[in-house]
Design a protein around this ligand. Sequence first.
Ligand code: PMP
Length: 395
Amino acid sequence: RSVSSVTIPPPACMLLPLEVPNRYLFGPGPSNVPPRVLAAGGRPIIGHLHHEMYEIMNDIKKGIQYAFQTNNHMTLAMSGSGHAAMECAVFNVVEPGESVLVSVNGVWGERVAEIAERMGAKVHTLVKAPGGYFTNEEIEKALAKHKPVLFFLTHGESSAGLAHPIDGIGDLCRKYDCLLLVDSVASLGAAPLLMDQQKIDILYTGSQKALNAPPGTAPISFNDRACHKMFNRKTKPVSYLFDMTHLSNYWGNDGKPARDYHHTGPVSGFLALRESLLFVISLFQGLENSWRHHKEVAEYLWKGLEDLGLKLFIKDKDLRLPSVTTITIPDGYEWKELLAYMIKHHQLEMTGGLGPSIGMVIRVGLMGYNCSTSNADKALAALSDALKHCPKRKA
Ligand code: PMP
């Protein structure tokens, strides 16, 4: 028998039609993608280095500048999910051996601490239980003690449902000559955030939450302070794919006359991202209305949850993330059974906790296109039904 003959048969499962259920994605993301964003992603593929694609990428940059409220030239979208942006930020501005300060009050700080540790940074953490937040005094003390080159903070802590206050932290980071890196994957478009005014040096988000694009692209922006640090390093970043000297050329941000081949960007993902950024502008007539709308719908949901006898995990209303609400698991119930019941009987997804909040909370997300009082009613009806029908086990 020749060595080139096929020994693995074609998989029979592949001959069955593709089945994708239509679900209400009311967890912390991805959220449902509106038809016009899906349709944009279904347009023909063009070359990633065609001039039309450059125009689309230029539009995306402008859309991100609006959504982030920044004039930063070094603005682009990662070819990858939110984690790609997390790694890009850390890998490019930190060199091995440098000090990094990470606030950990849920899973996202844990992840960034690990990313920084893996690339050889000296990682210091400020730790609170999920749902906790850091005062500016606590942050200043840690900045003075650890003298980090980078401080990481999660704006929308989706594992705990917390919207972290940002005001004043940018000034503190400048005082201690440190860059401020903020994660807005779960909050962008849903809760107020102003990159330039709040002196955030690096900001990233994801495509699949309040932006309502398919998962797999991640807007990110670096200001001049961050560019100065990352383009004056002694060592090369550990990742070739996420090296900003290459990515800035690919996005036409480095002032060079030509963009060279670095990697093949996710063309369909970028087409959908462009449409979703336009959607933020048109669906709610701008960012401020979007923030207001998310707050109003969240308040409606919170009241409905309390009327069902449920307790909200974040007690202080002002610290609650409007896009992702965390509910304390009601006494006596197995949270996994409640979630499974809602998927089975209502085609509706909510999720449990993540990292340190596993077993503490159930998470409901109403983001962007999904954010409406009628969807809040659907979520409340599904939960109420699950509470009636799932057995209570513990005392
Ligand atoms: N940060 C936060 C706050 C998130 O909610 C998420 C996604 N749940 C991420 C980062 C990671 O994003 P991704 O799953 O797209 O990699």
